[in-house]
Design a protein around this ligand. Structure first.
Ligand code: NOJ
Length: 566
């Protein structure tokens, strides 16, 4: 890659860490994580070796959806701190070489935003056309349950919301609104942020309101007729002039359509998050209803996305986030093989082509929390879901069984820092209970244990950074039909890296696969048949001779290899 392009595309070789501020670290004892709490813990991120922090929304908000309902895009929510705290955090991050990516919630605002308060009070409001109004609603459903239209008494009509009634959708057709949004982006760019994660970017342009709602709810709301005009405008107005990175959350966008969003030649976004594997354990008709998943599908989906974007865009890679249950509880093992499985999924995340996003807590292998009663849940989706379930006559435990498979609360329990009360997250009463397993699984314990999940992530990140083939190399599946083993080669010029992952509780004979390779990292010592959740990353074939007989040592990146490849 020419140097100029490499500098512009710095985010391709970066590793991102996602912070859910409410649950990261509370500095003032009010039970809610905050900006100062994040600042206290930056060295954790530096030690891990990540480059970018994606900060979920910290703007002023009534917190109906934990900040994804913004009442002032240029202010910080008091629960998270002040603008001075934000500036201090941004400065502290810069000093450590960490870049900050802010979450922009531009599909909708809060109903408490001044724009909406004015718009709903009078049809003559200057902000009336910032939102979407109709005299008659249609029958479209909202993602958080119920209808997508809410009656507004003062003006005698209905407003549109894809999410909760407290999250009215913004009217992107209005050029004045768009100009205002570009200004908000400039405001944060001036504060030194490196880029933006755009919430539900695929929903900005609405389809004609006489269209019957068909198919999955995400694909229905995605890809409205003007979405690409809007994104090209955003790119030319803000992203390009200010050199900002962009990643759009893109529910409902297929691999086939993805290049429309991220092909550099089109001038839209740098990356999108697709939902194909997020929905792998859900019913197609209802994202909040669990369904069994198969490794074959996970392999197929990840492979399909790599193929779709090869040479036509850049992937973003994630296995967990604040909207999904913990990845180990979904895809891995939470018992005997928990640590091995956590390391295996770290290996998967960090050896695919694309920019990896690590969700807070996954670096220590956090798992779903036990929610014994509805009153312990906090998420609007759980609370709304329970209202519907009650209307259907379902029992609480039956509903909670589904919640343990699809609930968003699991990813939002406090990050487990140490074995002190509440896992060291807060000196007060946490807004959501800590997972009781913090006594065993926590950052402090894992920092002290060289064989921990945390240190494996650290080494895996270091290996990725030292290995251009793992960032830019082509992806070729190996033994694609294998029901338990996920294996692939990443190849760049004459460099070949083989990844072998046993995503099962069985011991599996893989014959000669990888036998001649140089072990770069693995989660077990030695070779032979693959043990439960064993992960191996090997440098293959002719290049082995270049490496001074590296021993296969547990969790270790071979230093000779790293030196050679730099
Ligand atoms: C996606 C966000 O990730 C999620 O947390 C939020 O509830 C919805 N968008 C609505 O903003």
């Amino acid at each position: 890659m020419p140097i100029e392009a490499a500098a512009r595309d710095w985010w391709k070789s970066a590793v991102v860490y996602q912070i859910y501020p409410r649950s990261f670290r509370d500095s003032d004892g009010d039970g809610i994580g905050d900006l100062r709490g994040i600042a206290e813990k930056l060295d954790h991120l530096v030690e891990l070796g990540v480059d970018i922090v994606w900060l979920c929304p910290v703007y002023a908000s009534p917190q109906v959806d934990n900040g994804y309902d913004v009442s002032d895009y240029r202010a910080i929510a008091p629960a998270f701190g002040t603008m001075a705290d934000f500036d201090d955090l941004a400065r502290a991050m810069r000093a450590r070489g960490l870049r900050l990516v802010m979450d922009l919630v531009f599909n909708h605002s809060s109903d408490q935003h001044d724009w909406f308060r004015s718009a709903r009070a009078s049809k003559d409001s200057p902000w009336r056309d910032y939102y979407i109004w109709r005299d008659q609603p249609n029958d479209w459903r909202a993602v958080f349950g119920g209808g997508a239209w809410t009656w507004n008494e003062p003006t005698g009509d209905w407003y549109f919301h894809i999410f909760a009634p407290e999250q009215p959708d913004l009217n992107w057709e209005n050029p004045r609104l768009r100009a205002e949004l570009w200004d908000i982006m400039r405001f944060w760019a001036e504060k030194g942020v490196a880029g933006f994660r755009l919430d539900v970017v695929s929903f900005f342009s609405k389809k004609p309101f006489d269209l019957p709602q068909a198919g999955g709810i995400f694909s229905f709301y995605a890809n409205g007729p003007r979405i690409h005009d809007y994104l090209q405008e955003m790119r030319s107005e803000v992203l390009d002039p200010l050199g900002l990175m962009s990643v759009g959350e893109a529910p409902g966008v297929s691999a086939e359509d993805a290049p429309l969003y991220v092909d550099p030649a089109r001038g839209e976004l740098d990356m999108i998050f697709h939902f194909d594997h997020a929905g792998i354990d859900r019913t197609p008709e209802d994202f909040w209803k669990p369904a069994p998943w198969r490794l074959a599908d996970l392999k197929e989906i990840l492979g399909r996305w790599d193929t779709a974007l090869a040479g036509r865009g850049w992937n973003s890679l994630y296995l967990g986030n604040h909207d999904l249950p913990r990845l180990l509880s979904r895809f891995g093992d939470t018992g005997e093989h928990r640590a091995a499985a956590a390391k295996l999924f770290a290996t998967l995340l960090l050896t695919l082509r694309g920019t990896p996003y690590i969700y807070q807590g996954d670096e220590i292998g956090m798992v779903n929390a036990p929610f014994a009663a509805i009153e312990d849940t906090r998420d609007i989706v759980a609370r709304n879901g329970w209202l519907t379930a009650q209307a259907e006559g379902r029992a609480e435990q039956d509903f909670l069984a589904d919640h343990s498979l699809v609930g968003r609360d699991h990813a939002r329990t406090p990050l487990q820092w140490d074995a002190s009360p509440n896992g060291g997250f807060t000196a007060g009463e946490p807004w959501i209970a800590a997972n009781p397993d913090f006594a065993l699984t926590n950052v402090a314990a894992q920092r002290a244990d060289p064989d921990s999940v945390f240190h494996y992530y650290r080494r895996m990140i270091a290996l990725r950074k030292a290995t251009p083939a793992l960032v830019h190399g082509d992806y070729t599946p190996v033994d694609a039909g294998n029901a338990d083993v996920f294996a692939y080669v990443r190849a760049l010029d004459d460099r070949l890296v083989l990844v072998i992952l046993n995503i099962s509780r069985e011991t599996i004979d893989i014959g000669d696969l990888g036998r001649d390779g140089t072990m770069l990292i693995g989660n077990y010592a030695g070779r032979g048949a693959l043990r439960p959740y064993e992960a191996r990353v090997l440098r293959m074939a002719e290049h082995i001779a270049e490496v001074a007989s590296p021993a296969c040592s547990i969790n270790e990146v071979d230093p000779a290899y790293m030196g050679l490849d730099r």
